[in-house]
Design a binder for this molecule. Structure first.
Ligand code: NI
Length: 167
């Protein structure tokens, strides 16, 4: 197990598009364990492989208060979405920034677990927004990409300044 380094916006590697997972092997299970450990350590409620510079379609989420409800999604696909969420979101790659972006309130989709078993999922509320947010990461999209150009420039400038100070 290892805590991995999380790419920080505006790192261009956050815009890489992830490839589907084809072999459900020990490497994949190691990646899932490391993603979960990194997410819990941060702490955060979701993490996509893209954020640790691994460009494969893998994400983890845990929106429970006790951090005992880990969800793993490999090659996730949305089947349908409806409603509109009013939740503000943040991102471990964009620390200190919170905003609302267009998300479905309710989603249904399918994915594989780390052993290659297909499953269908349904989510509402925070878990729904979290899954949509992480699925966007796998497509190379960060939530601030939905905001105005002006806001994006401000956020990028602020984070670049912080990154200079923290190394
Ligand atoms: Ni994020």
């Amino acid at each position: 197990m290892a805590i991995l380094q999380i790419l920080q916006y505006p790192d261009p590697r956050l815009h890489k598009v992830a490839e589907p997972v084809r072999s459900f092997d020990e490497n994949l299970r190691d990646l899932v364990r490391d993603l979960a450990e990194t997410m819990y350590a941060a702490p955060g409620v979701g993490l996509a492989a893209t954020q640790v510079d691994v460009h494969r379609q893998v994400l983890v989420a845990d929106v429970s208060d006790e951090h005992d409800d880990l969800r793993v999604f490999v090659n996730p696909v949305l089947i349908e979405g409806d409603g509109e969420s009013a939740l503000e979101e943040g991102c471990l790659s964009v620390p200190g920034v919170y905003d609302r972006v267009p998300r479905f309130e309710h989603i249904r989709g399918r994915a594989y677990d780390a052993s290659g078993n297909a499953f269908e999922f349904e989510a509402t509320g925070l878990l729904s927004v979290c899954i949509q947010h992480e699925m966007d990461h796998l497509k190379g999209r960060v939530f601030v990409d939905y905001l105005s150009r002006l806001k994006q420039n401000r956020i990028a400038a602020k984070l670049r300044k912080q990154q200079r100070h923290t190394g």
